[in-house]
Design a protein around this ligand. Sequence first.
Ligand SMILES: NC(=O)c1ccc[n+]([C@@H]2O[C@H](COP(=O)([O-])OP(=O)(O)OC[C@H]3O[C@@H](n4cnc5c(N)ncnc54)[C@H](OP(=O)(O)O)[C@@H]3O)[C@@H](O)[C@H]2O)c1
Length: 313
Amino acid sequence: MTPQKISIIGCGRVGTALSVFLSKAGYHIAAVASRTRSSAEKTVWAAGACGAVGAIKIYESPAKAAMAGDIIFITTQDHLIEKICSDITTSTVALSSSPETAVGTSVDISSKTIFHCSGALSSCVLSSASDKGANTGSIHPLQSFAPYDPEQKSPFAGINVSVEGNEKAVIIGKELIHALGANYFTIPTKAKTLYHAAAVVASNYLVTLEHFAFELLKEASLSEQKAYEILDPLIQGTLSNIKTRGAVAALTGPIARGDAQIVEKHLSNINERLPEFSKLYRVMGKYTLELAAKRGELDKVSVERLTDILTES
Ligand SMILES: NC(=O)c1ccc[n+]([C@@H]2O[C@H](COP(=O)([O-])OP(=O)(O)OC[C@H]3O[C@@H](n4cnc5c(N)ncnc54)[C@H](OP(=O)(O)O)[C@@H]3O)[C@@H](O)[C@H]2O)c1
């Protein structure tokens, strides 16, 4: 079977990783375009070094790069995706000629599939292309991509990747995700923003909370390295309990036990030493209390006492 031709527009972290690992999976990266030629060259080099199938052409114009592929990835920063897609669809490049010599008519994208990789945006931002008959979708890898390193193992291996879009795009997206060695799951197009908010809470806000814990331990005279060492098994154990028992059952600690005095002491120490974290402690405490109350093990008096303590006076 002829490998499907892929165009990559935006040769950054994700664009380069897709070029390399789709090449390894046997897809032909036909064309790339980026803001700077040097990024495009680095991507071509990286894919070439991994035994890319066929030649990869660099184009200055995203529309010309798009023309060379059956499947187009727009892997620029999120805020540029809609505009680049619209530029591609309104650009005057003839599909019947080669991208080099093309002049005159607009790009016929009706036979193409266009994806972006944003977690926050849905395929709706590609409506300029779907309006002209293209298949459109979003493929979002739940992974943090570092700049490409030839020594790195595939950042796609075994990860979970969401896909949404029109029916054909979802089918093609699943094939691509499978070829990358990742697992796919589908989400409704309308739910894309909530889904991304969940990923931010689960990952970014976890970082913020651990930073909060490190600052408390710094006040207790422990270095950040030591703080990480002592908290690591606790963090891993908690994650494991959430996985096996669910979030509500995994909750332990003074709020879950109704130990109001301990929570009061925490807040008094935090107010004295790190007052900038007082509000965060209270807000998290209130939601933790709601979670604990769901188990039905806390008596009414404890809930009221804890609510009072956690409410800013
Ligand atoms: N990084 C992650 O961990 C991650 C994870 C999941 C999803 N994503 C998503 O993947 C997408 C790409 O993110 P990224 O981290 O790979 O971004 P990135 O490393 O900042 O790369 C973006 C690339 O877009 C190129 N670009 C900018 N303007 C352009 C234009 N007008 N025409 C063509 N190319 C242009 C830039 O080119 P130059 O280098 O030439 O300036 C840059 O290489 C985003 O939608 C993001 O939300 C990222």
